[in-house]
Write a protein of this length. Sequence first.
Length: 304
Amino acid sequence: MTRITLECNSSGERLDVFLASNIPELSRSAAQKLLALERVRSDGKVLNKNHRTVLSEVYSVEMDEPEQADAMPQDIALDIVYEDDDVIVINKPKGMVVHPSPGHPDATLVNALLYHCGDSLSGVGGVKRPGIVHRIDKDTSGLIIAAKNDNAHLSLASQLAERTLTRQYDAIVRGVLKVQSGMVDAPIGRHPIDRKRQAVTQTNSRNAVTHYEVVSRYRSFTHVRCRLETGRTHQIRVHMAHIGHPVLGDMVYGVKKPELGVSSQCLHASFISFVHPSSGEVIELNADLPDYFIALLAKLEKMT
């Protein structure tokens, strides 16, 4: 059994809706089932389906552990940028899924980490996501950090929550940005119709802030660098689309057909900074732009 603790940021919302909006792997029907099974509590009191959220109320949610068979060690090559006894940072290639899911049962980063690290991965994320502190999308390349023990995991998770773990991404977006830099401060929640998508919305959402700056401008596209202040699902993709500059190749939030031969988002996690869980030293790591990104920039350069 895994216990998740959430602090409420709204009042008067159906509790099942709040839980489904704030626990990525939980559907609304699954949240209703947990409530019926008396697995949701606040201050020790069991909450039922009729409960409405209260601002700053803290909820304890008990969820079943995924089966160990969902994540087995596999000998998959890893581009290791940094590793010690506490953490490992991987430069994930485009197309690799981070953790097993119904559609991707193996060949994931978790499978590779289990093989490479053996028993030295934290158990905080459960058996399905050992060591995973944060995620990046399948088609987003770049840096991702995993913890090799529980103390490191808790430290890194705390840094994420306190916004002291810095993540920076390079992206190519549609259109030419007129400003040199800016900030998108717009709440993100599940799309009201398509639950596989996220959206900027005031309903059942969480605050989300993305800072961006222009690296280079081309005839119809812009190379930007984005820094996450928060870490919501699909945040950069949703925010850039929200301001009218969706990520090139993003067929979910942007143009629904390939452009320049690209059919998945041109987004690369190029920089990460964190305080080392044991030494307290600030670790700063970079990942060079991958070949597909460089080739696209060269193609755009010829178009200007």
